[in-house]
Each structure stands twice: as C-alpha cells, then as structure tokens.
Design a binder for this molecule. Structure first.
Ligand code: BGC
Length: 374
C-alpha cells in the first residue's frame, strides 16, 4: 500500500486503530492432489483456495485475482493458490469448493455466487477444520471466520445521493427514474439496493425497477429496453445502475433507442476501465471506486495467517457484521464516489488506472485534458 495516497489513507483509517483478535480454529495441512491448482506447488507450502464468482464483471480477473495472488506470494513465496471462477453458477462453485477441499486447501477465500446457498460450502469446510474468509460478499447464516469487504450499504447511499443531487441540479426533482439493481442472490446487491432506496424513495418516482440475474450486462440491457418501452423515450430522467457492467448494458440500450446517455445521468460502481472511460466522456454520471488492492491484500494477509496458524496482523481492525447466525469479525473498507472531475484525484492518484490507460482514444485524450489528466 502506498501510504502517501489519499484514497489509501481513507482505507487505512479503517484498518489502522483497533483490537487484535487472535485466530481460532486454524486450518489443517493438506495432502491432496493439485488438479485445480495455479502457481507453483512446493513441498510443505501453504495451500490457499481463492473462489471467485464470475467473469462478466471485469474486476475479478483483472484486479482481485492478480492482486490477491501477488500478496500471498509476497507473504508466503512457496504458497500454492488453488484458484477457481464459478462463471455465475452456484452449483459450479459448490463443485469447485469441494475440489479445493479435496486438494488440501487449508483456508477458503470465498466470494459466493449465492450468499445463502454458500452456507453449505462453509459447513463442509468446517467439517474439515478449514477456515473460511467471506470475500466481498457476505455468506449468510454460516460459521464464517472472517468477512473482508466494503461498507456496501454506503455504496448504495453514495450512488443514490450523487444521482439525486444531479437530478435536482438538472431541475428534474420528483421526476421518474429507472432502477437496475444487481443479482438477487448476492447479499451485496441487497445492500446496494437498500442504500439507494433510502436516499431516492419519496424524492423521485421509480417508474421501472429490476433485479438483474447474475449481474449480467446483457440482461441489464434487456431490462433497460423494457423500461424504455414501458415509460417511453422521454419518460425518465435518470438511471440508477448498481455497477458499471449493468450501467454499460443500460447505456447500450439507450443508445440503441436513440437516447443520448449524456442527458440521462446514470450510476455504477467498480471504477472498471470501461466505466471510468464512460464517466470521462460524460455518458455515465458517476462510478464508485472501491480500493480492491486494499481488499485483496487484507484477504491475503488473513488467509496466510490462518493457513500458518498465526494471529491476525496487529494492524488490522476488526468490526462485527451479523450474517444471520453469528457476528462475523470483519474488515470493511470505504467506498468513494468518482465523477469526471475527480478521476485524477481518486483512481489515478491511487494507481488503480494510469491516465494513459484511460485516455486510449483521441476523444478520451481530449476529454481527459479538460479535467487535468495527462
Ligand atoms: C461486488 C461488485 C460487483 C458485483 C458484480 C458485487 O458483489 O461488490 O463490485 O460489481 O458483485 O460482480
């Protein structure tokens, strides 16, 4: 982590002061085969499983996985990472978790496709005395050891507030909007939706609202097509989208219907490259930056500590989040709104994207120069 950078400081505030909790229930050594393994196996090395939920959202393969693997390798050079991605399929994720346990994983870092049904994965891991870190999405009603994520309800309130302020500024207070939420099986989607509704309800009319199966951008596009058919091309002033992927789908639908997305402010999250580029061009109003490096690093530090049977790093602050069964010791990082004007001081200052990565067409270069990117 680069301590001089502002966003990282915000994240560090969450981590900096607090109680050190010692670990209970440390993992046992694995002896299994290496069928799903990536990385270099080493005799006697740690075995850590990372199970991510999908590939249609850019963050998992471009950020979470490489950042997590790099941190584990830094802390435990001979560790083996058993990696799998469930491609939005909860049944597939069950099979991948079974394989990781069979192959001797000493800890599971699990980002569940389905926050509820993943409880059975936790039960199987517990039966083998393998600890589970609930990564980014909370696993509900299960004996999870740790939860590492962001303040997800705050993500929703930040999105809702930014959109409401813009609608009001545009002179459209009280008018109709469309809401495109995330996957109904993702507890985070529930929290984003709750946060956004807490700001928007009573202040605008919600003309059409959808939960998007699997968070698929293509399904979000179909939902937006339906909203345009229902409300008419001029029947809505803004679009709440839960993430950048779904916002990309909604914007494609608007363009397909001949609607200028620059005149219909929309939201997202993840600060994925395509999202940041749309924000810079004014096609998407805001995104939410979540410092995935801090999240992946924290999960990696905890995973290595659990696999080694050592204590939680003393710098780590743990709060409690109830998952319906227990209070889960948790690290919750802080999300940040990104507008066109703040791209430079947020994602670029934090090293998440370089100006050159963002400004990769003449149109983006011109737009970037107007907001001080070079
Ligand atoms: C994550 C988001 C992501 C979404 C779709 C959520 O649980 O917090 O960052 O965009 O899932 O994968």
């Amino acid at each position: 982590m680069r301590r001089t950078r502002p966003i990282i400081w915000i994240a560090l505030l969450v981590l900096a002061v607090g109680v050190t909790t010692m670990l209970a229930g440390c993992g046992t050594s694995g002896t299994g085969t290496t069928g799903t393994a990536t990385g270099t196996p080493a005799a006697g090395g740690l075995k850590i499983a990372l199970l991510l939920p999908e590939t249609k959202t850019a963050r998992y393969e471009t950020q979470d996985r490489p950042l997590f693997e790099a941190k584990v390798k830094e802390l435990a050079p001979d560790a083996q990472i058993l990696y799998s991605n469930a491609n939005q399929d909860a049944t597939e994720q069950q099979a991948q978790a079974d394989a990781a346990l069979t192959n001797g994983a000493q800890v599971l870092v699990l980002d569940p496709v389905d926050s509820a049904s993943a409880a059975s994965i936790v039960a199987k891991a517990k039966a083998k005395n393998v600890p589970v870190i609930s990564y980014d999405r909370l696993i509900l009603n299960a004996d999870v050891d740790y939860y590492v994520s962001f303040d997800n309800e705050k993500v929703g309130t930040l999105q809702g507030q930014a959109l409401l302020d813009k609608i009001t500024k545009d002179g459209n207070a009280g008018k109709t909007i469309v809401m495109i939420n995330g996957s109904p099986t993702d507890n985070n989607a529930t929290l984003f939706k709750k946060g956004a509704h807490s700001i928007l309800d009573g202040k605008v009319k919600i003309g059409a609202e959808y939960d998007t199966p699997d968070w698929s951008p293509d399904k979000a596009q179909t939902e937006m097509d339906q909203a345009i058919t229902k409300l008419g091309k001029n029947g809505f002033v803004a679009v709440y989208c839960a993430n950048d992927g779904t916002c990309g789908g909604a914007i494609a639908a608007m363009k397909g219907a001949g609607i200028d997305p620059k005149k219909r402010p929309s939201t997202g999250q993840d600060a994925e490259l395509a999202g940041i580029q749309r924000v810079l061009l004014g096609e998407q109003f805001i995104t939410i930056y979540k410092a995935i490096k801090a999240e992946a690093n924290t999960a990696a530090e905890l995973a290595v500590a659990l696999a080694k049977g050592s204590g939680v790093p003393s710098s780590m602050t743990l709060s409690k989040v109830n998952n319906g069964k227990i209070d889960v010791p948790s690290v919750l990082l802080n999300p940040v709104v990104v507008t066109k004007e703040t791209i430079k001081d947020t994602v670029v200052a934090d090293g998440f994207w370089t100006a050159a990565q963002i400004m990769n067409t003449p149109e983006l270069v011109a737009a970037g120069q107007l907001v001080g990117l070079k």
